[in-house]
Design a protein around this ligand. Sequence first.
Ligand code: ATP
Length: 232
Amino acid sequence: MLELQDVCAGYGEGQALFGISLRVEPGEAVCLLGRNGAGKSTTLKSIMGLVPLARGRIRFLERDLQGLRTYQRSRLGLGYVPEDRRIFPELTVRENLEAARKSAAGDSRWTLERIFTLFPALQPMQQRPGGLLSGGEQQMLSIARTLMGNPRLVLLDEPSEGLAPRVVALLREQIARLKSEGLTILLCEQNLGFATALCDRMYVIDTGQLRFSGTFRELEANPEVKRAHLMV
Ligand code: ATP
């Protein structure tokens, strides 16, 4: 569904990705694991066209994304939940969701009702400004806004970051539910524990290069990869 081939990208003179190749198949949840500054966010930004490629190619649904703007990628069915939880703080929860509604290419149609079934905590808060929500509620709203665009594949950038353990556990269940409903997911995480229960396969990234690709079980059998490239 999504394929990166030999992707090199960065910021001006500073190259951050050095030949990243990865695949995500339909219905899979795949994790890109790595420490701070490893290149996870830059990988997602390169998929969305927010950083230019210096080399390599990215295909989504058999289509080369080269030359497509971010909104065009989103229309093709790529949903992006950035690390900084981009919601409108002045708008209410409901307005945030309605502003994000669009009829994109996805198969499943997201309605407010379906959103509140997945995130019941948001339902009684519909009239509350987004800026007054807790970190966990903002993360849920940020994911919910992306779902309102009916994506085929969602890119989730460290959704568990900075959240209390109880909220992290809840969020993991909600993402697992999305996966069980057939949504394809590429999740960036530092937190191996968060990814383990959710993901079919994982890639480990460090200093802009992939260091491992395989299942959680295979990673467990590779303590040197964990020691050298992850915070465990
Ligand atoms: P984090 O959890 O800190 O976001 P990450 O794995 O997502 O980590 P990236 O944000 O992709 O890492 O950063 C990869 C490299 O690119 C780092 O060396 C970082 O300092 C650099 N970098 C990231 N954003 C910028 C930017 N806007 N301008 C210049 N360099 C950047």
